[in-house]
Design a protein around this ligand. Structure first.
Ligand code: GDP
Ligand code: IMO
Ligand code: MG
Length: 423
């Protein structure tokens, strides 16, 4: 039995979905532990191409129980749409479960996300506008509704009345239309009819899996650099994508986690606002974007691109207690003559930082220091073993591993399920 947390080790979109789809072929349980439908986890396999937002990426294996965990914020409407799209592709959803304790993301959270972003003026966060920040804010303020509330109509009605008192004030202050409580309650009853049988106390399920030595994967959303506490605050999401939160968000003891796999692209991308020291504003950045197809899976926004950031990975590796790396999109570098890697940040006073991320205001002022590696100038798309990789590619990966201070467990050389191997 192994409990493995799979977390984004950069700014999100590292390829977590494809790694989980690959590993889920042998997993009994996959649990999404935080975030909401701001996620876009792309999976390409024999069932086609799917961008998953809330449903765990183990859904393609009919033998895997897929749980949307307590640490998540669940928009029932978008969950139903996602379920419909997977059903249309012929997938069975019998093994999909939602924690009673997961927060329910309401339509007014999306309204508030849009209004709050526009109220920020020039200083936006660049959110996905999915209502994530307002939903987690309500959770912390103890005015959130939970998925399990759908199973208790009287309780739900009074919680909703209570929540709307403040929500409607906020919406009006920000210039929006107040919400009609009766209509929202009726919508909740529709959600109950369609989702009620899947909303369960996940503790017995997960406990049974652990007691029976099953394989469990904990699926993270986004990446450490957008973690609420450890990322580039305030340009972060409102939950914790780092592995320390995986046990709490999934609902199992912290000491149950055996492995932590940090997923990293062979270069860097970010979508949304905030400092991003390795960002390239030249034709090289444009080339990474076009060759890597770097457009958001949820919003379609062009992703900001740059070389691999060795400072960020060292920080991410330590904070997450990573036991291994999964390096994705190596093939995107196949045609480059020279590949750069950031190995330090120089501060305005000349000091060089190599193994911890400076805090946000300082991050705007750093100059990345690069070293250069020779490209391999040949396709890696058909490599299926470490030894198949060109020697320059092996040297490059070796350097990334050295910077992270941990071994490489997996390398991915294409988006298809089979274009990946264990090192
Ligand atoms: P996630 O949010 O971490 O799951 O990542 P996304 O799905 O948002 O972004 C990763 C993108 O890269 C998706 O379009 C994947 O299909 C694609 N991808 C993942 N791994 C590879 C790879 O090794 N090579 C190539 N060419 N594409 C990949
Ligand atoms: P996956 O799971 C990349 C970014 C947004 C914004 C910040 C806050 O596919 O890696 P939010 O809507 O969460 O309040 O936005 O976080 N962001 C993502 N960037 N991939 C994601 O998910 C993201 N989810 C949120 O662009 O900067
Ligand atoms: Mg994504």
């Amino acid at each position: 039995m192994t409990v493995t947390a799979i977390v984004g080790a950069q700014w999100g979109d590292e390829g977590k979905g494809r790694i989980i789809d690959y590993l889920a072929q042998n997993a009994d349980v996959v649990i999404r532990f935080q975030g909401g439908d701001n996620a876009g986890h792309t999976v390409i396999n024999e069932h086609g191409k799917h961008a998953l937002h809330l449903i765990p990426s183990g859904i393609f294996n009919p033998n895997t129980a897929n749980i949307i965990g307590t640490g998540c914020v669940v928009n029932p409407q978008s969950l139903l749409e996602e379920m419909a799209s997977l059903s249309k592709a012929g997938l069975a959803l019998d093994n999909l479960w939602i924690s009673t304790r997961a927060q329910m993301l309401m339509p007014y959270h999306r309204t508030l996300d849009v209004l709050e972003e526009s109220a920020r003026g020039k200083d936006t966060i660049g959110t996905t506008k999915r209502g994530i920040g307002p939903a987690y804010a309500d959770k912390a303020a103890r005015s959130g509704l939970r998925m399990g509330d759908l199973l208790q109509p009287d309780w739900l009605e009074s919680r909703l009345d209570n929540a709307l008192q403040t929500v409607n004030h906020k919406i009006e202050i920000l210039g929006g239309e107040p919400v009609d409580g009766a209509a929202l309650y009726a919508l909740c009853m529709e959600f109950q009819a369609k989702l009620g049988s899947r909303i369960v106390d996940t503790v017995p399920l997960v406990r049974h899996a652990i007691d029976h030595q099953q394989e469990i994967l904990l699926e993270g959303q986004l990446g450490v650099m957008r973690d609420l506490d450890w990322g580039i605050y305030p340009y972060v999401t409102s939950s914790n994508p780092t592995a320390s939160f995986a046990s709490s968000g999934a609902g199992l003891p912290a000491r149950a986690i055996d492995r932590v796999i940090g997923v990293v692209k062979a270069y860097s991308t970010a979508v949304g606002d905030g400092p991003f020291p390795v960002e390239l504003h030249d034709e090289m950045g444009e080339r990474l974007r076009s060759e890597g197809g770097e457009y958001g899976a949820t919003t379609g926004r062009p992703r900001r691109c740059g070389w691999f950031d060795g400072v960020a990975i060292r920080y991410a590796s330590w904070l997450n207690g990573m036991t291994g790396l999964a390096i994705t999109k190596l093939d995107i570098l196949d045609s480059f003559d020279v590949i750069k890697v950031c190995v330090g940040y120089q501060l305005p006073d000349g000091q060089v930082i190599r193994d911890s991320m400076p805090d946000t205001p300082l991050l705007y002022k750093v100059t990345p220091l690069y070293e250069e590696w020779a490209g391999w100038k040949t396709s890696t798309a058909n490599c299926r073993h470490w030894g198949d990789l060109p020697k320059e590619a092996r040297a490059y990966i070796h350097r990334l591993s050295e910077l992270a201070g941990i071994k490489v467990d997996y390398v991915s050389v294409g988006a298809q399920r089979e274009q990946m191997f264990e090192v």
